[in-house]
Design a protein. Structure first.
Length: 454
């Protein structure tokens, strides 16, 4: 009973996720998914997006998801399955257009797969699971290259989260132990790519039951490792994906059968297209390149140092006035924390992290390409600079004087982002309904723009 199996597991996973979020943050899931900016699919009109993602509708939309899964468990009739797809799609549009999170794309795709008859739905779910993991692995090779396997890659990611106050690992002790051992960092990087690009697609050639189940067992282990060593919140965020893994890798279709061929097509074709393009598939809901932590160590360090951990930020705005008018404006980060500022009606700017750039985001090639070209140069410059032994830059540390190369890189990134924003008009300010059209590189003090740098 593939349909009922998926719906029952999804009901348990989604409800557990909702309860854990509530206990950990004190907020309901629909409130945490609110943001000051919405990302519009290119095919969907601005007014339609704002109507579908209205904050007044959010509680009902989010509450409808577990109810739909419960109904699908009890009565997986075609009409019920169609209703589940509609509800999950509306929920996913609300959530992902605000947070930029990739973890529930498999939930959306697998819900669509459940429209098929039992044996075909199982094969489609298997293909979805393979596609999600394989695409992530191939994106690491396309963007980070062979350098992604170096110890510096895992060192960059674990180092930035290890001392985080908002998204710490479950065990800081284990994270610090790993950070101190280059061989362990390299082993994690190599193991990740072997899992994503080797073991998971290899399940398409393995027999049913134990041969394929190794896929979801390994993936559960990977997410436990993410929670333990990097960030508990990031590991937890994939909870609603776990039913998709279980249902997909438990497919019993014989090799050479029709459902197996469907799994092969869905699992490999999107990655083949992205490989021919030379870049991950574009981010345009419901399509996603599913590029997760694809930057290598030098690229991730530059991204973090210039736009995340120091007092400099790339900010986005909906007005095209002179940059000097930005001084004193509050900087609204992705998430709930500053929504009260938005409600006051004051002019604000929006942090670009999780909107146009981030460790799991390649919003447009104009932004990505300068990053890739300049990362090696900036990394070499940083490595050549003298450092005090044992020095570690604290989170939100004041930025040292920017080098010429760093400022030039940030200026190119801001200019390319502005060009893309003006042309695409995909990022919409929730309060005003206006598209974001300009980007600036700024210095931030006390949560407000203190200086426009580029």
């Amino acid at each position: 009973m593939c349909h009922a199996h998926f719906y029952s597991l999804s009901f348990v996973a989604f409800t557990t996720w909702w309860v854990l979020v509530r206990l950990r943050t004190g907020q309901h899931l629909h409130i945490l998914a609110m943001g000051s900016v919405r990302v519009r699919p290119s095919w969907l009109g601005r007014s339609v997006l704002l109507a579908l993602t209205s904050r007044s509708h959010a509680p009902a939309v989010f509450a409808a998801v577990p109810i739909a899964f419960a109904l699908g468990t009890l009565w997986p009739h075609p009409i019920v399955r169609s209703s589940v797809v509609a509800i999950v799609a509306l929920y996913h549009l609300n959530e992902s257009s605000s947070t930029g999170r990739h973890g529930e794309y498999p939930l959306l795709y697998t819900a669509v797969a459940m429209l098929l008859p039992e044996r075909w739905a199982s094969g489609a779910a298997w293909g979805v699971a393979v596609h999600f993991i394989l695409s992530s692995g191939v994106a690491k090779l396309q963007v980070g290259g062979r350098e992604w396997l170096a110890p510096g890659t895992m060192g960059a990611y674990l180092g930035m989260y290890c001392e985080s106050q908002s998204r710490p690992p479950l065990s800081r002790r284990m994270s610090r132990w790993t950070l101190a051992r280059p061989w362990a960092l390299r082993a994690i990087a190599v193991g990740t790519l072997l899992l994503e690009c080797g073991l998971v697609p290899a399940t398409l050639l393995l027999p049913p039951f134990a041969g394929r189940a190794v896929g979801w067992v390994a993936l559960v282990g990977m997410h436990v490792g993410i929670a333990m060593l990097m960030s508990f919140q990031i590991g937890l965020a994939f909870m609603t994906t776990l039913p998709c893994y279980v249902v997909g890798f438990c497919c019993e279709a014989p090799l050479g059968s029709g459902p197996w061929a469907l799994a092969l097509l869905l699992g490999l074709a999107p990655t083949a297209v992205s490989w021919l393009r030379g870049a991950p598939l574009p981010e345009d809901w419901p399509c996603s390149g599913l590029a997760l932590f694809m930057f290598n160590g030098s690229q991730a360090e530059r991204l973090g140092a210039l736009f995340m951990t120091r007092d400099t930020r790339l900010v986005l705005r909906a007005d095209a006035h002179d940059g000097e008018s930005l001084i004193g404006r509050p900087v609204i980060h992705a998430g709930l924390a500053d929504l009260r500022l938005v409600a006051t009606g004051r002019p604000v700017v929006h942090d670009a992290v999780l909107r146009t750039l981030g460790f799991t985001m390649l919003r447009n090639p104009e932004v990505a390409l300068p990053l890739l070209r300049q990362a090696a140069e900036l990394h070499a410059e940083q490595c050549a600079a003298p450092r005090k032994p044992g020095h570690r830059a604290p989170a939100q540390a004041a930025a040292p004087e920017l080098s010429t190369a760093e400022l030039a890189f940030a200026a190119v990134l801001a200019a390319c982002t502005s060009t893309w924003l003006e042309r695409s008009q995909l990022l919409i300010e929730q309060r005003t309904g206006r598209p974001l059209c300009k980007a600036n590189f700024v210095r931030v003090r006390d949560g407000c723009v203190a200086e426009v740098l580029a």
